[in-house]
Design a protein around this ligand. Structure first.
Ligand code: LRH
Ligand code: MN
Length: 388
């Protein structure tokens, strides 16, 4: 069993990035619910993200989504984040909410629309220059709803051309993270539906192009940790969009629906020694808190990742390897299950206290006065939302 000190040391340097859009109003096609105290601006979203870092100690960056987080001065936004103890992280482009993009964006039949989409992606690289962000995350809603609607292969040619243009604009220290999704909003074909399609495009582009695994973007029953192991082996796992789901892309709190799956995924990361920042994996949350209070939900989500990671770090790697070598199926499975069934909450509470934090981050936040403050302060204006 790995020493507790080694486990704590590994957890201390494990950073989890928060999504700005989780602090705004979100919902489903049926309803987007408001909540008192929801931020109205990217500045207020940054302040809320800083609260999550304040109480967990391991969420020092917030991803932005453009234009949901559009501001006149991105350097000023980055400074604002710095003033609150965090930094602006991944820049997410958005070419899925404009009327022009009904038939796609970079895969659209019309060159005018493709050029418009590429222009936005290039603008996002400009924003990265201003915020000092390393990663550009690209998710495309592009696809078709009926067989024959468009030519599958030609759309791949258009996609490859657009990605190459954007890739060519990246600075040396910048990366392109290419996200895949099985379906929705397209219901027949999606132009980047799976890890293989994303990987093929990344390999065609170059080393600065990496695959993002959004845990809600697979067919039910998919062995996601297998995909993770494969991408790590290929040196192409750029990041995760963590969330959980019972059915489709539900974007629920990570670990809420399937904590065992999250544990198995983090086992592959630990086994590849890719947990540390130098491992190059962006551990991002991508969630929507449609009905639950947003800041406590983000704190809980960070804690869920920490718990799964602590359990993965506690796997007795030698015993596991020995049992695997010996073909001892039950002993090998037991090595995993013993770690998974270990209650790591006392260890994490200790780690927080050793880091000068309250052992119970959610309770500490609730007692902080911040929940009441934002409800009192944030009156009037328009609450932030994913503006669809
Ligand atoms: C698409 C997605 C993508 C984001 C969006 C908010 O479903 O996972 O990562 O741009 O959610
Ligand atoms: Mn995502």
């Amino acid at each position: 069993m790995r020493e507790e000190t080694a486990v704590k040391a590994a957890l201390k340097q494990h950073e989890i990035e928060l999504p700005s859009w989780a602090f705004g109003n979100t919902g489903t096609r049926f309803k987007v619910f408001g909540q008192p105290g929801v931020p109205r601006t990217p500045w207020e979203k940054t302040e809320d993200a800083a609260q999550v870092h304040r109480f967990t100690g391991v969420a020092p960056s917030m991803a932005v989504h453009i234009p949901w987080d559009k501001v006149d001065d991105y350097q000023a936004l980055a400074r604002h984040a710095g003033d609150h103890g965090i930094r602006i992280g991944t820049v997410n482009a958005n070419v899925f909410q404009d009327d022009d993009y009904k038939l796609g964006s970079v895969c659209h039949p019309e060159p005018r629309v493709r050029q418009k989409a590429v222009a936005h992606l290039l603008d996002c690289v400009g924003i990265m220059d201003a915020t000092g962000s390393r990663d550009l995350k690209l998710w495309f809603a592009d696809g078709t709803n009926y067989p024959g609607q468009d030519d599958i292969r030609t759309r791949q040619d258009r996609l490859a051309e657009a990605l190459a243009t954007v890739y060519g604009r990246l600075a040396e220290n910048q990366r392109m993270l290419l996200e895949y999704k099985l379906f929705e909003p397209s219901f027949y074909s999606t132009d980047i539906p799976d890890w293989g399609t994303s990987l093929l495009h990344c390999q065609a582009l170059g080393d600065q192009a990496q695959v993002v695994v959004d845990t809600g973007h697979h067919a039910p029953g998919t062995n996601i940790e297998f995909i993770v192991a494969l991408l790590l082996r290929a040196g192409r796992l750029g990041g995760f969009d963590f969330n959980s789901r019972f059915y489709a892309d539900d974007d629920l709190m990570v670990g809420a629906a399937d904590p065992f799956q999250l544990f198995r995924i983090m086992h592959e990361v630990v086994r590849a020694d890719a947990l540390r920042p130098a491992g190059g994996i962006a551990f991002m949350l991508d969630q929507c808190h449609n009905i639950e209070p947003k800041i406590p939900a983000q704190i809980r989500s960070v804690m869920n990742v920490q718990e799964a990671t602590a359990k993965a770090l506690l796997i007795d790697a030698d015993a596991l390897a020995e049992a695997q070598r010996a073909g001892d199926v039950l002993a090998a499975n037991a090595a995993m299950m013993d770690a998974y069934n270990t209650d790591v909450r006392p260890l994490l509470a200790e780690l927080r206290e050793e880091s000068g934090l309250d052992p119970d981050p959610v309770a500490a936040y609730q007692r902080s006065g911040y929940p009441e403050k934002i409800v009192a302060d944030r009156v009037g204006g328009t609450q932030a939302s994913w503006g669809s």
